[in-house]
Write a protein that binds this ligand. Sequence first.
Ligand code: MG
Length: 271
Amino acid sequence: MKNYIKSLLILGLVASCNTNASKETVLEEAEKPVEGIVYEEYQGEEPTKPEETEIYEPVPPRVTLSKRGIPSDAIVLFDGSSLDNWISTLDSTAAKWTINDDNSMTVANKTGDIQTKQNFGSVQLHIEWRSPAEVQGENQSRGNSGIFLNNLYEVQVLDNNDNPTYVNGQVASIYKQHIPLAMASSETGDWNVYDIIYHAPEFNDDGAKIKSGTLTVIHNGVLVQDHVEIKGTTPYIGWPKNPAHGRGPLRLQDHGDNSRVSYRNIWVREL
Ligand code: MG
């Protein structure tokens, strides 16, 4: 028994020595100068006190949430009360979509897209949408709508449940450019949430694109577009185009085939 305990003690000592040795190796590795990206703000003499690497300005602005979860610095574009912030894309008259009793609105078929009166550049957008519970049509003709950032770049809205289509045009695709990383739709007839981060492209004075725009899309809490590069416009037919542009409206699509898609709780934060 004594020998058994002695063996255990020796084994423990060896194990502990090995752990210490590996810790030292890790520390030595971490302290080695790393070749690669050099951050100029972290050059110079190595700080010796914590205060030397602590900064106090600028102080981030305080943002609070309303009872409905809307950030205090957001611009509310639709809360169910009216379509006053929107116009018809066809003729710039009042938007003709239907406002419902549950604070949502529904595409009025063949009345055309609607767009915000206000123009935006880069934004964080929150928008909720629902395909009708009563299924009609298939492929791209089932609950098809879309959200056009800057009036040009479509994040697809589609009822894809048991309804396959080309994957670069499925729900949450950047239409005909980026396949979503996952299909995260709610049951048909239930509400979906998109949280979208859009960074606008940049153009030089000659109208040439010098920096691509990007899109990040979170669908019902699932990351489905991860800071993807916008290659240009998102047409049904043809390649992406890159017309120079500044700020533009946010536009919602009337696909023209009785999609009956509804939207609610739309707000943006300008970036
Ligand atoms: Mg669409």
